[in-house]
Ligand binder design. Structure first.
Ligand code: PRP
Ligand code: URA
Length: 209
């Protein structure tokens, strides 16, 4: 079974607190999602392997450390996952970006696919699937189905807020996938929204409500 890692760094928790506030503006919301994603990527990559490399500084020859291992692909789930891309791309070198378009049917709460374009070398990359919200888990599980169908093997799911119900569904569907979150919230309400959550992440990112 995959593990759940809760990133409780004080900066992440402080920014998440502001993000949840219904009075936070769309502009601030976008910036906070970017900043939290960058901080989470910093934490999530702390075990990446390093190798020695010989270089020359302006002073002398030196052995420096460089990343050694598979490159990373990030795959945001549209729309809200897009808000997490810039922060991670700014931090992690050689990132390729795939996109999976899914929305939740408002009646059934089941994911409906409308777009999928992944890097052709996805099979040889470590894949970070991005979405701020893991609610019922349907969208995350479906996105990871697509990635595996295209050959993706080493996959992690990164989100800001997860409901216990979503974690369970994702673990059952993809027991090999670790889940990185900033908060595990209480439960889902009758509309399958996370409580206390932050509302609709896509609408708050793009000002559509
Ligand atoms: C939200 C969110 C996730 C999904 C989570 O997207 O960004 O993709 O819901 O819910 P689930 O775990 O129950 O599947 P939404 O369907 O609102 O689409 P949007 O990003 O286009 O607004
Ligand atoms: N999607 C969201 O954007 N928020 C929720 O709380 C649940 C699903």
């Amino acid at each position: 079974m995959g593990d759940v890692y809760v990133f409780d760094h004080p900066l992440i928790q402080h920014k998440l607190g502001i993000l949840r506030d219904k009075n936070t503006s769309t502009k601030d919301f976008r910036e906070l999602v970017k900043e939290i994603s960058m901080l989470m990527a910093f934490e999530a990559t702390h075990n990446l392997p390093l190798k020695d490399k010989e270089i020359e500084t302006p002073i002398c020859k030196a052995t420096v450390k460089m990343l050694d291992g598979e490159d990373i692909a990030i795959v945001p789930i549209l729309r809200a996952g897009l808000g997490m891309v810039d922060g991670i791309q700014a931090l992690v070198p050689n990132v390729k970006v795939g996109h999976i378009g899914l929305y939740r049917d408002p009646e059934t709460h089941l994911p409906v696919e409308y777009y999928c374009k992944l890097p052709s070398d996805i099979a040889s990359r470590e894949v970070f699937v991005l979405d701020p919200m893991l609610a019922t888990g349907g969208s995350a599980a479906a996105a990871i189905d697509f990635i595996k169908a295209e050959g993706g093997k080493k996959i992690i799911f990164m989100c800001l807020i997860a409901a216990p119900e979503g974690i369970e569904v994702l673990h059952k569907a993809h027991p090999d996938v670790d889940i990185f979150i900033a908060s595990k919230d209480s439960h889902l309400n009758e509309h399958a929204y996370i409580v206390p959550g932050l509302g609709d992440a896509g609408d708050r990112l793009y000002g559509t409500k």
